[in-house]
Design a protein around this ligand. Structure first.
Ligand code: WTA
Length: 662
């Protein structure tokens, strides 16, 4: 029998660990349990109140939500405001100019401290310089920078004049940069000579130079920040140094009042097929939900907290939870240019200790990497300042969750597992610290004012204990307003699968308490002998074995069973001891999965590898592993952070012991 929805529910991991909030945390928490009922009773009214409370408006809005043009929503559309004014100027006007906005930590240990008053001057200068370079309200600006303060200044300068920014992650190739510049028709590119990566300067400007030779483009100027001092090629009529035009610009600038529905930014994200999609967000609704979620999900106290989100500004997490959310809320935050293991594997924990970071927001892949390195590394540092821990980007397996809680959070800091997407703009499903009793591995409940559920193939909500597809059933303020230049693709991708529902592309289940568990992208859900299995679930089972540091599971085509489970695992240096043979590892881990989930989930094959193929944002590229598992030529690996990984895996496969079990 073939089930029609993902999530082989008879095989779910059972999770009965519970962590209620401590009374001390609850007593001081920003969020209260009663908010759900009133928010859900009248969602637009709830969001209107947040918009009025959390933001300053040049023209107050009367209209709250206009959904008559569905699936394109308009929120607070007759109001006007400016994002940069809200993120910067008003904090200075309120007497908080001396508060640190950014503690910048360079990879090599160079630092800069930027107060809100400094930020106002820097952003104003940059806004004047952009205007001087011919950028007008409505023009698009591409930003291709490392995580240095100028990246934040530039984004806010764009927002200040109403020029939507399109940040392109500094690790993307010239080709990727070119296609994004052209799609957004960017007039200006802001870049740097280079940045520091694993202890050495790494050039950026050459990729811009190369991108601009690839064909027609609308770029008039390239504004170049000097970060590393390395030699750069120069095109006189086009290139300008930041120090020449920004440093000398006036530090007085009046922010432009903009309609709430004025586009704030475009951010490209990969779809399952085809060219990257330019997801665009507008101003009023996006900022409202960014600020609300940042304040409540992280329990932010702007006067006392030191917040650190480890994401790069090239991703949505960096937009919403490095730039807009924290700065709108007047937070003090850390930004760090480098990698977690440069110059040593304790670098992140050293930063937490140094700045007394109290709120940390990172990704499961980073947590699992730290697990792999061993807990003696973080335990050398004083992490006692941490009081809230966040996770984002992929399902966090219960063992990583427990490790994060115990080793990093000292068994006391609540963990918020936050589900959202580039498209949703801000967090949608997450516990609220101080309110929610947490469960390792589950993102649990839609936030107040958010309506999400799990449906089957016929768009019917599944009962508790069952699985299906995650959908959002009501419009939310920070929802994408579309795909840049392609309204049809927007409607097709998100709104055609289930009429009137936003299809997130994630498999999910509801447990017996009605809490939501994310099971990975629907395309990562396997069907083995008519039973649907989640890659995430099997990965979780594997990682719960003491030998396993990290696991990736794919469904490989199989003549008999439809798909078969193939697992790639990285063993823990300290646990496996190296004495077990490959056969022993296979047998033990297969039996372990059978024990944790059921014999149906037993991987057909378990391959021990040294690394897993990951994109630069840390997502495992299962597509490539599927190619390996199906004995195909490995497909396009150009978006891998480290392109040699696939060669290593292929070599490993030719070693004895990496054989297929019957
Ligand atoms: C996945 C990142 C499980 C999910 C903010 C989603 C998660 C995709 C979680 C969006 C989570 C994100 N638990 N899965 N807490 N957070 N995802 O656009 O598959 O880079 O659809 O946005 O990441 O990735 P994106």
């Amino acid at each position: 029998m073939t089930e029609s929805t993902p999530g082989g529910l008879e095989n779910l991991l059972s999770e009965d660990r519970r962590f209620p909030p401590s009374p001390e945390f609850t007593a001081q928490a920003n969020a209260h349990a009663d908010v759900y009922s009133w928010a859900d009773a009248d969602r637009p009214a709830f969001w209107a109140e947040q918009a009025r409370d959390l933001l300053d408006w040049d023209t107050p809005f009367e209209e709250v939500l206009d959904w008559s043009g569905a699936p394109v929503a308009r929120w607070f559309a007759d109001g006007q405001l400016n994002a940069a004014y809200n993120a910067v100027d008003r904090h200075v006007e309120a007497g908080n100019g001396d508060r640190v906005a950014l503690h910048f930590e360079g990879e090599g240990g160079d630092t800069r401290t930027i107060t809100y008053a400094d930020l106002k001057r820097e952003v104003s200068k940059a806004a004047n310089a952009l205007t001087g370079l011919g950028v007008e309200t409505g023009d698009r600006v591409a930003i291709y920078l490392p995580l240095v303060p100028e990246a934040v200044f530039t984004m806010l300068a764009c927002a200040r004049i109403g020029a939507p920014h399109s940040v392109v992650f500094g690790g993307f190739s010239a080709e990727a940069l070119y296609s994004r510049i052209v799609d957004a028709e960017a007039k200006l590119v802001v870049t740097a000579d280079g940045g520091y990566r694993r202890g050495a300067p790494s050039a950026l400007k050459p990729a811009v130079d190369e991108a601009l030779t690839k064909g027609e483009h609308p770029v008039e100027h390239v504004l170049v920040v000097k970060r590393t001092g390395q030699d750069v090629e120069w095109t006189d009529e086009r290139d300008v140094w930041w120090s020449d035009v920004v440093d000398s610009a006036s530090d007085e600038h009046t922010p432009v009042p903009l309609d709430a529905e004025h586009p704030l930014f475009i951010l490209y994200t990969s779809g399952t097929t085809g060219k990257p999609k330019g997801i665009f967000h507008t101003t009023g609704g996006y900022l409202t939900q960014a600020a609300y979620t940042h304040r409540n999900v992280f329990d932010l106290k702007p006067e006392t907290d030191v917040y650190w989100c480890t994401a790069d500004i090239g991703w949505i997490t960096g937009h919403t939870y490095v730039v807009y959310g924290p700065l709108i809320n007047g937070a003090t935050q850390v930004i760090y240019e480098g990698t977690p293991d440069t110059p040593h594997r304790g670098r992140w924990w050293e930063i937490v200790e140094k700045y007394k970071v109290s709120i940390l927001y990172t990704a499961p892949t980073a947590i699992r990497t730290c697990m792999k390195w061993g807990e003696e590394i973080p335990s050398k540092f004083d992490l006692s300042s941490l009081r809230v821990l966040g996770s984002v980007g992929e399902p966090i397996n219960p063992e990583a969750w427990m490790w994060y809680r115990r080793v990093i959070g000292g068994d006391k800091a609540p963990i918020v597992d936050t589900w959202w997407q580039t498209e949703t703009g801000a967090i949608m499903i997450s516990p609220l610290p101080g309110v929610t009793e947490t469960k390792p591995g589950s993102a649990q409940v839609p936030l107040p004012g958010i309506a999400a559920t799990v449906v089957d193939d016929d768009a019917k909500p599944v009962p508790d204990g069952a699985g299906g597809y995650l959908v959002l059933t009501e419009p939310w303020p920070s929802m994408l307003r579309g795909i840049w230049g392609d309204p049809e693709r927007y409607a097709d991708t998100y709104w055609s699968r289930f009429k009137g529902l936003y299809f997130a592309g994630d498999g999910a289940k509801k447990d017996d308490d009605g809490d939501i568990w994310l099971l990975g992208r629907v395309d990562d859900v396997m069907n083995v002998s008519g039973h649907r299995l989640s890659t995430t679930e099997i990965e979780s089972a594997l990682v719960s074995h003491p030998w396993v540091a990290e696991a990736a599971v794919v469904g490989a085509n199989d003549e008999t069973t439809g798909q078969a489970v193939v697992a790639f695992v990285i063993l823990r240096g300290d646990a496996a001891g190296g004495s077990e043979s490959a056969d022993e590892v296979q047998t033990t881990l297969r039996n372990h999965v059978a024990k944790e989930i059921g014999p149906i989930a037993k991987p057909r094959q378990i391959l021990v590898v040294a690394e897993l193929p990951k994109t630069r944002s840390g997502k495992i590229m299962r597509r490539l592993l599927r190619d390996v598992a199906e004995n195909r030529q490995v497909g396009d690996a150009t978006t891998l952070a480290d392109s040699s990984v696939m060669d290593l895996i292929a070599q490993g496969l030719s070693q004895p012991g990496a054989k297929q079990e019957d």
